[in-house]
Write a protein that binds this ligand. Structure first.
Ligand SMILES: Cc1cc2nc3c(=O)[nH]c(=O)nc-3n(C[C@H](O)[C@H](O)[C@H](O)COP(=O)(O)O)c2cc1C
Ligand code: SF4
Length: 303
């Protein structure tokens, strides 16, 4: 059940009845009665559009868990940037400068910075403004290394299973091609990765990252994976702007999704799922040029 209770109040003494809040409200919560805005609806998304648009500061939050995001390591001006009033070329340069980092320095990231990254994450939009995302922080290099070993154990078991040809073919016969696909595409590289770690201590899973942020969500929320992945991209860009390198580790999310023991260790219950695992740390590399991408051909469809 989506929470849609009304978390705003309107001060009739300040309101001049301009009606801007009524026009901008997506949930028809407000009406103008006798030249004053009044709450007439019985639900609200608490998107805050009305608060942001009111020229008289007549609308405020009441007893609310919602509020301005305050960061530990920087401040920002609480002033809206008009559409078109930002240098797109600079935004794109930032996006193209973020590259997956697989080469980290040894120093840990301050807790204040890790928490700021999460707050940067939650500036993302979310389905029905649910904000039902969850975040787990693995805070130090040592913790990440220990976590990596747990994930390594999962892949050792998976490799052993997928090596079994009878099991693979049997599953395929019953329409489940997952194990065959894994064997064909990942078995060898995972085997090499495990051997490299065990023989030479080389970490090809988290790349010796010094922190991990996992972004999850409540499965019953309206769009949990979309919400988590939008927050993830914000975190990746925020990390770059704050001098950190990042890398999404799909192998880790895959392991968590399929290993009950890992879920238990991370305190993940049936209601929650992890949609991304982000390795973080201070980068030990400098690039000179920007990212390249495949060419895209959009499909135009007219009706
Ligand atoms: C869903 C997802 C899963 C990924 N999993 C891994 C991974 O397990 N290990 C890794 O080193 N990189 C991983 N990456 C990083 C991609 O390889 C990388 O984004 C891609 O090569 C493009 O490079 P760029 O991020 O530097 O632009 C993943 C990226 C995404 C989006
Ligand atoms: S935007 Fe503000 S001033 Fe205008 S009607 Fe709404 S509450 Fe009143």
């Amino acid at each position: 059940m989506l929470e849609r209770k009304i978390n705003i109040q309107i001060d009739p003494k300040l309101c001049d009845g301009c009606g801007l809040c009524v026009k901008v409200c997506p949930s028809e919560t407000i009406s103008i009665i006798n030249k004053t805005a009044q709450i007439t609806g019985d639900e609200s998304l608490t998107c805050g559009h009305c608060i942001a648009i009111c020229p008289m500061d007549a609308i405020s939050l009441k007893n609310s868990e919602f509020g301005k995001i305050n960061f530990n390591t920087f401040t920002y001006e609480n002033k809206w940037i008009k559409h078109g009033n930002f240098e797109t070329s600079e935004l794109v340069r930032l996006m193209l400068s973020r590259r997956s980092c697989r080469n980290f320095k040894d120093n840990n990231i301050d807790k204040d910075i890790l928490e700021d990254l999460i707050k940067i994450g939650i500036t993302a939009p979310s389905g029905s403004n649910c904000q039902d995302w969850t975040f787990i922080i693995i805070p130090t290099k040592k913790d990440v290394a220990n976590f990596g070993e747990k994930i390594g154990e999962f892949f050792k078991r998976l490799n052993k299973l997928s090596k079994n040809i009878i099991l693979r073919k049997g599953m395929t016969l019953f329409g489940n091609k997952k194990l065959e696909f894994y064997y064909e595409n990942y078995y060898e590289s995972v085997k090499e990765t495990i051997e490299l770690y065990e023989k030479e201590g080389i970490d090809k899973l988290f790349h010796r990252a010094t922190a991990v942020i996992m972004v999850g969500g409540l499965k019953e929320s309206s769009c949990p994976s979309e919400d988590a992945l939008l927050a993830t991209q914000n975190i990746l860009l925020g990390a770059h702007s704050m001098g950190l390198g990042s890398c999404v580790i799909g192998f880790a999310s895959n392991a968590i999704a399929n290993d009950a023991k890992l879920k238990k260790d991370l305190g993940i219950d049936k209601k929650e799922a992890i949609y991304s695992v982000i390795a973080l740390g201070y980068p030990n590399e400098k690039f000179r040029k920007l990212t390249v991408r495949k060419k895209i051909i959009p499909r135009y469809i007219t009706f």
